[in-house]
Design a protein around this ligand. Structure first.
Ligand SMILES: Cc1cc2nc3c(=O)[nH]c(=O)nc-3n(C[C@H](O)[C@H](O)[C@H](O)COP(=O)(O)OP(=O)(O)OC[C@H]3O[C@@H](n4cnc5c(N)ncnc54)[C@H](O)[C@@H]3O)c2cc1C
Length: 291
């Protein structure tokens, strides 16, 4: 690994001003779980590393019935998985974390690091987009809020300036009569998904008709893939196996997955179809159970 200068700001303000002074040559590190892998292979060679793991003001998980959930960027995967407010109000997040990585990575890797890395195979961004979450960012000119769905620009590229830091993820309350689910194809538990899916389905409780749905697929494009054309097939109807198959087929046609040792492009397209069906179907069943 190449040598680098190392900075340890203790507040958001200090981190932002350090990054601004480094004029684009500084790189944030938090848990280092993704970054160090790239640095060890010299795929990333920052001259200045700004380690934000000591900014304790960003380490929190808060819940408010009206505003919803806020997860500070420094909250670890382990903290999200074990949080009692998350288990009670957003169980899909705890379920997702249970299948994310190994315990060592969950203990040290953070939500902020995961969502800012911009890996299209990552699990939390898909669930956050399905839950209509927003990200709060801080920079030298103040703060801004970005929809999770607009944050991902390309492979490992996100809407974050060189002197900005992600402060928190804001998840609105889950609407009534809504079911949410996440699932992924893993070679073994805790692996990155070969393909994954997250879905949120809202129904009219008296008729069972779906009036809102958000479906996101992972590892099938250069960013998390929102399956909007599949969603259109389901809105205004009572979801059944035939509709789910149609929605899955549409997504399989539209995605542009990578091919690697874990699966060919063709295999991933088929898994996109299957996981869209399976996970959206599960979200629909959960919405019905809320009646
Ligand atoms: C063995 C292993 C298995 C894994 N399995 C999974 C899996 O199944 N599913 C999954 O989703 N992920 C998986 N991961 C990825 C893991 O979740 C991430 O590595 C981890 O969450 C990243 O957090 P970090 O704090 O270590 O980030 P870092 O590695 O420190 O940073 C990652 C990126 O985010 C940027 N960054 C970090 N924090 C901020 C911030 N607050 N503001 C702005 N930019 C920031 C950094 O500059 C860097 O570009 C796995 C990782 C490993 C090592």
């Amino acid at each position: 690994m190449k040598d680098f200068n190392y900075y340890t700001p203790k507040t958001v303000k200090e981190a932002v001003s350090t990054l601004a002074k480094l004029k684009g040559d500084g790189k944030i590190m938090c848990g280092g779980q993704s970054m160090l892998l790239l640095m060890k292979q010299n795929m990333l060679t920052p001259e200045h590393v700004v380690d934000i793991k000591g900014i304790s003001e960003l380490d929190y998980i808060k819940y408010d019935k009206e505003k919803g959930l806020t997860i500070g960027a420094l909250a670890t995967h382990d903290a999200v998985e074990k949080s009692s407010v998350i288990k009670k109000n957003y169980p899909v997040l705890a379920e997702m974390e249970d299948n994310l990585a190994v315990v060592q990575t969950r203990n040290w890797g953070t939500i902020g690091g995961n969502v800012c890395h911009g890996d299209p195979a990552a699990d939390p961004p898909s669930v956050f987009i399905a839950l209509n979450a927003k990200y709060r960012l801080a920079g030298p000119k103040g703060e801004r809020i970005v929809d999770a769905g607009d944050f991902y620009k390309d492979y490992l590229e996100v809407d974050l300036a060189h002197d900005e830091i992600l402060c928190e993820v804001q998840v609105p309350p889950i609407p009534a009569d809504t079911g949410v689910a996440h699932g992924k194809l893993m070679a073994q538990k805790g692996d990155m998904g070969v393909v994954g899916a997250a879905a949120s389905v809202t129904i009219d409780p008296s008729t069972g008709v779906c009036h809102d749905v958000r479906i996101v697929l992972t590892n099938v494009a250069s960013t998390p893939f929102r399956a909007k054309n599949s969603e259109k097939v389901l809105i205004g109807k009572v979801i059944d196996g035939k509709l789910l198959e149609e929605a899955g087929m549409i997504a399989a046609e539209e995605v542009n997955p990578p091919a690697d040792v874990h699966g060919s492009e063709e295999y991933r397209k088929d898994m996109a179809r299957i996981f869209l069906k399976r996970v959206t179907g599960q979200a629909f069943e959960r919405a019905k159970q809320k009646k």
